[in-house]
Design a protein around this ligand. Structure first.
Ligand code: FAD
Length: 471
């Protein structure tokens, strides 16, 4: 059997982050009668959890119910790479494209969001295994070296804390024969976390603050009741509330305006068994532990866990399935996706031949046409949402939650006037155009990666319409 196949043969189909019996909390019982509250939050990922906490901190008297259709951290929030990045709008290039003139403000808000997030972990003693290691982008093609160098020079000139590694320096940091250069952004507090521990830590705090949480409680419908209430149905029971926050991200939502904002893009990930000392020495990464991504459209992202496993995701395995497919039984465990990931892993680290993957899993990335979070509100601001972080929501979701609760009237601030909040994203096309469009774009991105980054006509057209995703 080829080594990339034998490496995944015995892997467990479960996110590495979920497989921690020592910290995984008991699941709470589902809703079993009608309820009344001031604020109903739908979705027990980062957005929902942070929203509940920020409301409680602003106005402790608010009575909150949070419902989650499966269990807390079962959505993207417990399935991601754990890269904690301060960017709110998916990087500087994307920020400039979509929110001209707001880059500085968004940068400042991103730093503030990160500082407050970390302060909250301290305040409530949440051990999310945060490591302030920054993020290193690696070049594996000559065009990537050239483009990354330009970024480095611009960022350096702007006063950012960035370090350039030539090939030898990069390989001395992390030894992959594929690396030609590296750009270490060690600025600020960017780093890595264990995302499930973060969710479960927040869950514990919310319970202590009196938030009522019902797991295994899917929202079926939600509509206005009179002029000042909302009525939500779950499992045959009714929750009557003054306000509702939809924190459902990539999943279908009974409110059309929420559902049509994003498309679900599946991303597959794996984790190796813990590396032994010889394996660690062979790559040298454990000395710096930077989070790593390669400069490409279809990029891989990878990091070390506390016990020195490597988590590895992204690359060519990312997929959109027809008609917003989110069926776990159908799409979550597709062998070819993991085979491809495994193959790409051993191309990057051939010296780790023989290493096995212990876990494999997948999750759904809520992708908006502006490649970052989209907030909104309806029914006279009785119902709000914050969804669509695309691939960068671990940190940004706390800010999304803040916008969501401010839209509902919990101490609104100046941020609600920013284009980031007021500008409506371009809607996704209906099927089958959407499927063809995404497929065509993905193929064009793969082609650009193979062709020294040269973007063909289709990508140039998308760029001109501000719909092009750039690395
Ligand atoms: C594989 C993968 C890797 C990623 N890596 C990174 C990374 O390294 N760094 C980064 O910044 N971002 C990353 N992301 C993105 C990041 O994980 C998300 O942006 C973030 O977790 C979004 O949080 P959320 O709470 O909005 O959504 P979710 O965590 O998806 O939470 C939504 C919740 O709503 C629940 N729900 C949905 N519908 C209903 C309903 N009708 N009733 C009740 N509950 C409902 C779901 O079950 C789910 O738990 C990654 C995403 C994936 C999938």
């Amino acid at each position: 059997m080829q080594q990339h196949l034998s490496a995944i043969k015995d892997s467990k189909f479960c996110p590495i982050w979920h497989d921690q019996d020592d910290v995984r909390p008991a699941e709470l019982p589902p809703l079993s009668d009608d309820q009344v509250c001031e604020l109903l939050i739908v979705g027990g990922g980062f957005t929902g959890l942070w929203a509940a906490l920020q409301v409680k901190e602003r106005q402790p008297e608010v009575d909150i119910i949070l419902i989650e259709k499966t269990f807390i951290a079962d959505g993207s929030s417990g399935r991601n790479g754990g890269f904690l990045n301060s960017s709110l709008a998916h990087g500087e290039t994307n920020t400039d494209h979509h929110f001209p003139g707001e880059a500085d403000k968004l940068h400042e808000l991103g730093q503030q969001n990160m500082a407050e997030l970390l302060a909250t972990l301290e305040r409530y003693n949440i051990d999310a295994r945060y490591e302030n290691v920054g993020e290193t982008e690696v070049a594996t093609d000559q065009y990537a070296v050239d483009e990354m160098r330009k970024h480095y020079q611009e960022e350096k000139a702007a006063g950012d804390d960035v370090v350039w590694f030539d090939q030898a320096q990069m390989q001395a940091q992390v030894n992959s024969p594929t690396y030609l250069a590296g750009l270490w952004r060690r600025e600020g507090k960017d780093g890595i976390v264990d995302p499930a521990r973060l969710c479960w830590g927040l869950k514990k705090v919310l319970l202590e603050l009196g938030v009522r949480i019902f797991e295994h409680t899917p929202l079926d419908s939600c509509q206005p009741l009179g002029t000042d209430k909302m009525q939500s149905q779950c499992l045959g029971y009714t929750i009557t509330s003054k306000k509702v926050l939809m924190a459902t991200n990539a999943y279908r939502n009974p409110i059309r305006a929420v559902s049509r904002t994003t498309i679900p893009v599946w991303d597959y990930q794996m984790a190796t068994e813990p590396l032994n000392q010889a394996q660690l020495d062979a790559i040298g990464w454990h000395k710096t532990r930077h989070a790593i991504g390669n400069y490409a459209n279809m990029f891989h992202y990878y990091r070390l866990t506390k016990d020195n496993r490597i988590t590895w995701g992204g690359g060519g395995a990312v997929r959109y399935y027809f008609n917003k497919g989110t069926d776990f039984a159908k799409y979550a465990d597709i062998p070819e996706r993991f085979e491809q990931l495994s193959k790409e892993f051993f191309q990057t680290f051939p010296q780790l031949a023989g290493l096995k993957f212990s876990h494999r899993w997948s999750g759904i990335i809520a992708t908006s046409t502006r490649f970052c979070m989209v907030p909104g509100a309806t029914y006279n601001n009785r119902l709000a949402w914050a969804v669509g972080y695309t691939g960068l929501g671990v940190g940004a979701s706390r800010f999304g939650a803040r916008i969501g609760i401010e839209l509902l009237g919990y101490q609104p601030s100046e941020i609600l006037k920013m284009q980031f909040v007021t500008k409506k994203p371009m809607p996704w096309a209906p099927e089958p155009f959407r499927w063809f469009g995404v497929k065509f774009t993905q193929n064009a991105l793969i082609k650009a990666d193979r062709n020294n980054g040269k973007r063909g006509l289709w990508l140039k057209m998308l760029d001109a319409m501000n719909l092009g995703f750039t690395c």
